[in-house]
Design a protein around this ligand. Structure first.
Ligand SMILES: *Cc1c(COP(=O)(O)O)cnc(C)c1O
Length: 494
């Protein structure tokens, strides 16, 4: 078997991509990387002559070489089928002089669908013939939970359990989760905060007694978080496919370089752009856009990553992150695979909360990456300006990227702003940015007003929620979460 992946912190003990996808994180705490990345370029003429599905098969076949062509074809057909409300899957549309890459046409209206409609299918294929079953356990502050539920619902040999903090997610987010269909899904509100939920999920993963009891039933627990190779690889597809769309529109000639601006949290999305570049995509620059949690802007400017700072709650909550886990992979590649260096820096981050990257590595990073930040006021102003001047309605995460891109000096290359969520997922904040008063209005009332005000239409996946029956009403204390997981396993895997 081809062993392709090893830890960022040690080159020993290689695993196949199927094993990397099943285990998520390497045993030493590092992230799985492959030294073959960039050895073989994708053929750009082929990419430009085909659609999203063919490019997805090509990209996944390159990054996950131990899957058979048949396995990948079936994963791609299932993952990017009729649950997407755009035939292109991820269409590119005009944004003034720039371009918008719309990643929000999936079942939960956020870009995480691109990866989370694929990961469950990749896991199911990786399970192989031994009949092992996996229960995904996730704590969510709102968005990831629904994307995981929708991705894993109905996928053979898998189950998914989601915990969210009771009363601390929006009406729309709660309804998205509690109306989820599927005999292999479980949802429970927890009396406490998101940190309580996440802390307990971490403890559940480390609970040897629970693991032993589940193993007797042939069940293993796993997570679906964004450091999994099975989430990263699918995201590479849309960089290549967006380029192909621009070539077909006559905006760029094949071989011309393109700049991408990416609203960034855990560094997964923008890292996929870096992978695409290493696989031969002509990328001029990757612009990392941050909100008020600007740890990455400081890092790229100074070379010092310092998480010892205040956490800001913003109107782009999926980017409210102080430790961008996937950055570890960039450090690996930019240091030419210096595992010792990566292990030392990550050790310093864990013990001191800060590390400084050698200048030669930073120079390599700055050849490709630019950065910028936008606070909530900038974000609101950008939503309003983009609507009033360009007639394009964007969500707060996309607006962070648009604001940062507007501040980057044009260099003649075509520029693409990644759009990571439907504006209707954040109707209240978008309405507020447009100058409307939303006091006392629930999520659906805001959706209605936003439709009337802009003449745009809310995605059916969101507006239809108010008519759907609530299927999950469990609420528990933190102490009961492990028992909830165990009973969910018993119910899902009989
Ligand atoms: C997760 C998310 C992001 C951040 O993506 P990363 O891969 O974590 O950098 C940006 N916008 C939205 C809407 C998201 O859900």
């Amino acid at each position: 078997m081809t062993t392709f992946y090893h830890s960022t912190r040690s080159a020993e003990n290689s695993v196949t991509s199927k094993q990397a996808i099943m285990t998520g994180i390497a045993p030493d705490g590092g992230l799985y990387v492959s030294d073959q990345l960039g050895e073989k370029n994708l053929d750009l003429a082929t990419v430009c002559s085909q659609g999203f599905h063919d490019t997805a098969r090509l990209v996944l076949g390159t990054l996950l070489p131990d899957y058979t062509a048949d396995e990948l074809a079936s994963c791609v057909a299932g993952g990017y089928g009729a649950q997407w409300d755009a035939p292109e899957v991820c269409p590119v549309s005009p944004l003034g002089d720039d371009w918008l890459l719309e990643l929000y046409h999936g079942p939960t209206c956020a870009f995480k669908d691109v990866a989370l409609q694929m990961l469950p299918r990749l896991m199911s294929a990786a399970r192989g013939a031994d009949g092992r079953r996996v229960m995904i356990v996730t704590a969510t502050s709102g968005d990831t939970g629904k994307a995981a539920l929708d991705g894993f619902a109905g996928v053979e040999g898998t189950g998914v359990t989601v915990f969210y903090p009771d009363g601390k997610v929006s009406d729309v987010q709660r309804l998205q989760m509690v109306t989820q269909l599927g005999s292999n899904v479980a949802v429970c509100a927890v009396r406490g905060t998101f940190d309580d939920c996440q802390g307990e999920v971490k403890r559940i993963f480390a609970d040897r007694g629970l693991a032993g009891r589940l193993e007797e039933r042939g069940v293993a627990l796993s997570s679906a978080n964004s450091i999994n190779v099975g989430r990263l690889a699918p995201q590479v597809t849309y960089y290549f496919d967006a380029y192909a769309q621009l070539v077909r529109r006559g905006v760029v000639r094949m071989g011309d370089e393109v700049t991408f601006c990416v609203p960034t949290g855990n560094f997964g999305d923008v890292l996929a752009g870096y992978y695409a570049r290493r696989m031969g995509l002509p990328v001029r620059r990757l612009v990392v856009a941050s909100n008020a949690n600007d740890v990455l802007t400081d890092f790229l400017s100074t070379g010092t990553y310092d998480r010892r700072r205040d956490f800001h709650k913003t109107i782009s909550p999926s980017m409210d992150i102080l430790v961008s886990s996937n950055l570890e992979r960039l450090l690996y590649f930019a240091s030419d695979g210096d595992c010792e260096l990566v292990a030392r820096l990550m050790g310093e981050l864990a013990s001191e909360g800060v590390y400084t990257v050698p200048e030669r590595v930073m120079a390599r990073i700055r050849e490709v990456f630019s950065c910028g930040r936008a606070d909530d006021a900038d974000t609101r102003a950008t939503i309003r300006r983009t609507w009033e001047e360009l007639g394009v309605l964007i969500d707060p995460h996309t607006a962070v990227a648009k604001c940062v891109l507007d501040g980057v000096e044009a260099d003649g290359s075509a520029r693409v702003c990644l759009s990571t969520a439907s504006p209707y997922k954040f109707s209240a904040d978008v309405l507020g940015a447009l100058g409307e008063v939303t006091d006392g209005m629930n999520g659906f009332a805001c959706m209605d007003v936003l439709e009337r005000l802009t003449g745009t239409t809310a995605p059916a996946q969101l507006s239809g929620l108010r008519a759907e029956p609530v299927l999950h009403e469990d609420v528990c204390d933190r102490e009961r979460m492990a028992a909830f997981v165990e009973s969910a396993c018993a119910r899902v895997f009989l």
